[in-house]
Design a binder for this molecule. Structure first.
Ligand SMILES: [Zn+2]
Length: 136
């Protein structure tokens, strides 16, 4: 009889950095002028999640795709408590990429933006996407 959980990856393990199993990094990846992801070959569902074995909507095959760095704010907020190494206040937004999925981005300025405001992903900070407001 095997010990419960031994040899099986679980979300309770702390990750490779502290001697556990590696934990998948679910954050979107910026590659030059595009956000990396994949798109379903059948229903065209886009996602930036890496390494998905099949489409999360219809279970068909996916193909790699590249999405625009620009999009519209769906929602945003200013965080007033420390999170990880982030010191408050800092801004977060959900950004609907122009030809792709919705991604979470850090804002260059701690400000609440109106829905529909145009943002451009300008880089990364500690692996998180950072976006700034586009000139009108
Ligand atoms: Zn699909």
């Amino acid at each position: 009889m095997s010990e419960l959980g031994v040899g099986r990856p679980t979300k309770r393990r702390a990750g490779a950095a502290v001697g556990g199993l590696p934990v998948a990094d679910s954050r979107p990846v910026l590659d030059g002028d595009a956000v990396l992801g994949s798109r379903c070959t059948v229903c065209r569902y886009p996602t930036t999640q890496q390494g998905l074995p099949w489409c999360p909507v219809c279970y068909e095959a996916t193909e790699p795709d590249r999405f625009a760095r620009t999009g519209k704010v769906w929602s945003s907020t200013v965080v007033a408590i420390p999170v990880g190494t982030r010191r408050p206040p800092f801004g977060l937004a959900y950004l609907d990429l122009d030809d792709g999925p919705r991604v979470l981005v850090h804002l260059a300025e701690p400000a609440v933006l109106e829905p529909g405001a145009r943002l451009e992903i300008t880089g990364t900070d500690d692996g998180d996407l950072v976006a700034t407001r586009m000139e009108q």
